[in-house]
Design a protein around this ligand. Structure first.
Ligand SMILES: CC(=O)SCCNC(=O)CCNC(=O)[C@H](O)C(C)(C)COP(=O)(O)OP(=O)(O)OC[C@H]1O[C@@H](n2cnc3c(N)ncnc32)[C@H](O)[C@@H]1OP(=O)(O)O
Ligand SMILES: CC(C)C(=O)C(=O)O
Length: 628
């Protein structure tokens, strides 16, 4: 067999002097052993053509996650030790190759992580752990440096050391001599290697340093390799490098240091971290450092949720996590959820909008072929296609929903109904509605246009009163004068009368009996909408017990024409959740009267809950019938 980069080394040899040849022979030996190890560990594959002198077929790229180290250097990212352990386990199951979990010499939490990881993480997760630190202090030996001692104590099988790879950074920022920095690299790496650790060296400011003084940056690489490092990671620390610069420099380093893995660590200050990482891989880098959702210092690190699918699906690279690609979206959401971050809906591949189609022409074309407006099948990364309804919709945006809600409908009728609903959507959006994100209201609108549909309840009338309890003026004045809190507070009371289908009556008197019952209920609430929701729920739950698990989780009001002051039209959007099924849905309504808009949005939301419940019951009944 042949080893891929071995051949490149031979071609360099032809142009070298005797001394260099001797040196290069040693290199070839090391290179060969390194590749044999990679072959044994399954990181590269045997090439079966003896004569091949270049790498063919898909390239293996190692995925190195630094969400728990550089990711936590992002503004507002803070993660507990428990959550670090959870994220590390999730990343291990996803099969990233390395998990850089923290800097044990930095703070007690990171030290605790590595200590707990020993007993709380699986063997597989532990084998992927990397402890991060810097080269030794200028004035201490590696053996004496407490930071390095903490790295050793972490028992992580791999250590990643940040070293300065830029001459000016060494002299003016570190305030060491160039030679001192090389010693710091050599001493730190060889000490850790002598203890049996695999060592990667992150060469900070490498691309800028290479442009500033190529020779010195190469000396830093050489010092690390000579000391036994397994990998050199080229850092675009300030995030200002451009893809073609990264490509050219990476290629030179890949061709020069063939015995070690060359990686990239890119920051996103120009929005180019993903592009730079992909370009490095295209030019031979065998490892990419990045974070889930691109979290990290300043504008963040290279986003692995974009890099992994791009490498796997568009570049045909071989990745340890390819088989788990369909978990990419859930890993992204899991990390956001654990870090208490709002997911970015526009994130490529994994965002809620990544495959959301709004324009009518797009949706119509997608009916003919789903690939007409998608670069991949969303299912490959565990995401899904969505069709949005808005004033930019065409008939096809709505046809699917019409058919979903009325499976018996003919194509002709579905098309006519879709056009009618489309016109209504366009009209309502022109007066302030927005149906995007309020799909439950669209479903209700379609159902109301469906022949034979009978709403499960209707509102007979309602009233809302805002009042104050315990209103004793003298007590209130006294409390105000003394800045005291009193139990006196404004509250609201709502009365709602609803007409619902009376199932019990129908069951006992047959389907031809009068199927309605009117209920009048009252509820107090923190405000008028809270009181209305309470009264509505009270009135509906006796006939519809499934509504007991319904809760309101968000209520948004937007003034549409603020110049009209208190007479302005308001748009109300309400988000609901079913505690039992965890399903959420949103409704919308617009009115000059905010209470009226709120009631209409509430009614849509309750009606949607009942329709959903019925659909779930039908599904359940079907399953039972099948089982029987
Ligand atoms: C590009 C990156 O993202 S690198 C990672 C950056 N991440 C972090 O800094 C987060 C964790 N950091 C920390 O907890 C702390 O900064 C510590 C514990 C590492 C160090 O804290 P302190 O000892 O108080 O030092 P401080 O934070 O001021 O760091 C500056 C010191 O680090 C030294 N230093 C900086 N880079 C290196 C390096 N690559 N090798 C050795 N020493 C270095 C500086 O020379 C300076 O030392 P000096 O004051 O003796 O000149
Ligand atoms: C330490 C290195 C990897 C780093 O974070 C950077 O250079 O940005």
């Amino acid at each position: 067999f042949t080893v891929p980069s071995h051949h490149r080394k031979v071609s360099i040899l032809k142009q070298q002097t005797n001394n260099e040849v001797d040196h290069a022979v040693d290199f070839i030996q090391a290179d060969f052993e390194h590749h044999v190890k990679d072959l044994q560990d399954g990181r590269i594959e045997v090439e079966n053509e003896l004569t091949s002198d270049r790498v063919t077929g898909p390239k293996h790229v190692l995925i190195y996650d630094t969400s728990l180290r550089d990711g936590t250097q992002g503004e507002s990212v803070s993660v507990s030790c428990d959550d670090k352990l959870k994220i590390a386990s999730r990343l291990a199951s996803f099969q990233v190759d390395f998990i850089e979990a923290g800097w044990p010499g930095s703070n007690p939490k990171d030290a605790e992580f590595f200590s707990r990881a020993k007993s709380e993480l699986s063997l597989e997760a532990k084998s992927k752990l990397v402890a991060f630190g810097s080269t030794r202090r200028r004035t201490l030996s590696a053996k004496e440096d407490p930071q390095i001692a903490a790295l050793v104590e972490s028992e992580a099988p791999t250590i990643c050391m940040v070293a300065k790879g830029h001459k000016w950074q060494v002299t003016d920022i570190l305030r060491a001599t160039p030679e001192e920095n090389l010693d710091m690299i050599r001493d730190s790496v060889s000490y850790l290697v002598s203890l049996g650790r695999k060592v990667f060296v992150d060469l900070e400011h490498f691309y800028d340093g290479y442009k500033f003084d190529e020779d010195y940056s190469l000396q830093c690489c050489q010092a690390a390799v000579d000391a036994g490092a397994s990998g050199l990671v080229l850092c675009d620390t300030n995030g200002g490098s451009l893809p073609w610069e990264v490509g050219a420099i990476t290629e030179k380093i890949v061709n020069k240091f063939t015995s070690v893995t060359i990686g990239i660590h890119a920051h996103n200050d120009c929005g180019l971290a993903v592009a730079n990482s992909i370009t490095a891989a295209q030019n031979g880098a065998g490892m990419i450092q990045g974070t889930i959702n691109g979290i990290g210092e300043r504008t963040g690190n290279a986003n692995l949720c974009s890099i992994v699918p791009t490498l796997a699906l568009h570049m045909d690279s071989k990745l340890g996590c390819t088989d788990n690609l369909k978990d990419m979206t859930s890993v992204s959401r899991f990390v956001d959820e654990t870090l208490n971050r709002q997911p970015d809906s526009t994130a490529p591949f994994v965002g809620a909008s990544a495959f959301a189609h709004k324009g009518g022409l797009h949706v119509a074309a997608m009916e003919r072929s789903p690939m007409s407006y998608q670069h991949i099948d969303p299912g490959l990364v565990g995401n899904e296609k969505r069709v949005l309804i808005s004033e930019l919709s065409g008939r096809q945006n709505i046809m699917g929903k019409v058919k979903d809600l009325d499976s018996m409908i003919s194509d002709d009728l579905a098309s006519k109904r879709a056009v009618a609903i489309l016109n209504r959507v366009k009209h309502l959006e022109s007066i302030g509605y927005t149906f995007e994100g309020a799909e439950a209201s669209v479903d209700i609108m379609i159902l109301h246009a469906t022949k034979g549909y009978c709403p499960p309840f209707t509102i007979n009338d309602y009233a809302v009163q805002v009042y104050e309890t315990n209103l004793k003026p003298e007590l209130r004045e006294l409390a105000n004068d003394n800045h005291l809190e009193t139990s006196v507070h404004a509250t609201a009371r709502a009365t709602v009368s609803v007409r619902t289908i009376d199932i019990e009556h129908m069951e006992s008197h047959g389907p031809d009996s009068i199927p309605y019952i009117d209920r009048l209920e009252v509820s107090d609430g923190n405000g008028p909408v809270d009181a209305l929701a309470g009264a509505l729920k009270r009135a509906l739950v006796p006939s519809n017990p499934s509504l007991a698990s319904l809760e309101l989780i968000d209520y948004k009001v937007r003034i549409l024409d603020p110049q009209s002051a208190t007479a302005a039209a308001t748009r109300v959007m309400i988000e609901f959740r079913d505690k039992d099924t965890e399903k959420t849905w949103t409704t919308v309504s617009v009115d000059r009267n905010v209470i009226s808009a709120s009631l209409n949005a509430l009614v849509d939301g309750f009606e949607y809950a009942l329709i959903e419940h019925e659909a779930i019951c039908e599904l359940y009944d079907d399953e039972l019938t099948e089982e029987q």
